[in-house]
Write a protein that binds this ligand. Structure first.
Ligand SMILES: NC(=O)c1ccc[n+]([C@@H]2O[C@H](COP(=O)([O-])OP(=O)(O)OC[C@H]3O[C@@H](n4cnc5c(N)ncnc54)[C@H](OP(=O)(O)O)[C@@H]3O)[C@@H](O)[C@H]2O)c1
Length: 333
């Protein structure tokens, strides 16, 4: 019996904020696996902010997403047929970025890897034990290295990356201040994730709140947002502070991100380090082992925002860019 594969294609490049008509649902028969290939049923799709950059036909660290082709992204699922000795039906797998927004895929075996779902749910392999988890671990432990008594600020604080950053920094003894959009997210950061404080940047007095939450200044920053928020942080840095520039999501739809407090980099002798996690693949296994051990031991909390159905992936993705997700955004198929 031929399986119908539902796919989401990028059919139009956005100008500014993407709209639903940039995407189209396409159905086609799933190809039989050739020698060396496997057929996979995707169970979870990862939605990530970097995908916005790939919608543009612009030079970046990642190739642009091709038009009229499956929208690429990380996945997790199950092998349903195999023409490769290393995989059998029923194996749980994580797919690399090529598998993308579709219900199924027929791929070379090198595009997938087996995963252990005895300790953690399958969906974690597109988040905590995938690219976002590695990102949080790398930026926190290898760039920021927060010390007891220091103040660390993390933006997009309850997201896939930010929530992990804050908890890792807390475990090192730092005072952790999150910045997030809305009272519910801030409440969660403090009550559930154990942050010392969280500033709601949507509140009118957020700059005063940032001052109050960082009475001794700021020593470490995990920056995910950019723009006005990053500028306010720069204005509160202590001498010899460190900043890991992980993302600038407030500018992904093309908004300019001017900085008035850039002088702080000079006068406070700051170390500012941008990074892209795909440059550090050799450390992902170590990161994932440490994060898995922490979450299994109940020492790390991890939250997901789950949308159902491949046809709803575009809407959920647009929501992610507006902060409608609360935790790691996945699509369950
Ligand atoms: N460098 C790398 O290798 C790498 C790897 C992974 C991720 N990243 C970056 O890390 C950041 C977080 O990624 P994630 O996967 O953890 O996503 P996420 O935080 O789960 O979701 C994105 C969040 O960004 C916030 N946001 C969106 N637009 C905003 C705006 N205009 N101003 C302020 N906040 C806004 C929203 O949270 P609020 O509701 O709190 O505003 C939203 O929930 C992104 O910038 C991403 O590009 C970089």
């Amino acid at each position: 019996m031929t399986i119908t594969n539902k796919q989401i294609h990028l059919v139009k490049r956005p100008s500014g904020e993407p709209t639903l008509d940039c995407f189209a649902l396409v159905q086609e028969p799933l190809a039989e696996p050739l020698p060396g290939q496997v057929q996979v049923k995707n169970e979870f799709l990862s939605l990530d902010p970097y995908m916005r950059g790939r919608m543009d036909d612009a030079k970046s660290y990642a190739q642009p997403q091709a038009l009229n082709a499956v929208f690429q992204g990380a996945t997790a699922g199950e092998v349903i047929a195999s023409n490769h000795p290393g995989f059998k039906p029923g194996d749980k797998i994580a797919g690399n970025f090529g598998l993308g927004w579709q219900t199924h895929a027929t791929v070379d075996a090198k595009a997938i890897r087996k995963v252990d779902v005895s300790r953690v749910p399958l969906s974690y392999y597109v988040g905590l034990l995938g690219m976002p988890g590695a990102t949080a671990w790398y930026g926190t432990t290898k760039i920021l290295d927060p010390q007891a008594g220091q103040t660390l600020v993390v933006t997009a604080a309850t997201g896939a990356v930010g929530g992990v950053v804050g908890q890792l920094a807390k475990s090192k003894g730092a005072r952790v201040v999150g910045i997030a959009g809305g009272a519910a997210k801030c409440d969660y950061a403090v009550r559930e994730l154990g942050f010392d404080a969280c500033v709601d940047y949507k509140a009118a007095d957020w700059k005063e709140a940032l001052k109050a939450a960082t009475p001794n200044g700021i020593d470490r920053v995990f920056e995910n947002v950019g723009g006005e928020i990053f500028d306010a942080i720069l204005g509160r840095m202590n001498a010899f502070g460190r900043i890991a520039v992980c993302g600038l999501i407030s500018g992904y739809n093309g908004k300019a991100l001017p900085l008035n407090n850039v002088r702080s980099i000079l006068t406070n002798k700051l170390m500012v380090q941008g990074f892209i996690i795909s440059d550090h693949l050799e450390l992902w296994a170590q990161a994932h082992k440490e994060l898995a051990d922490l979450v299994v031991a109940g020492k790390l909390k991890y939250r997901e925002s789950i949308t159902e159905g491949v046809e709803n992936a575009p809407k959920a993705f647009l929501g992610l860019l507006r902060g409608e997700n609360f935790g790691k955004q996945v699509v369950k198929l």
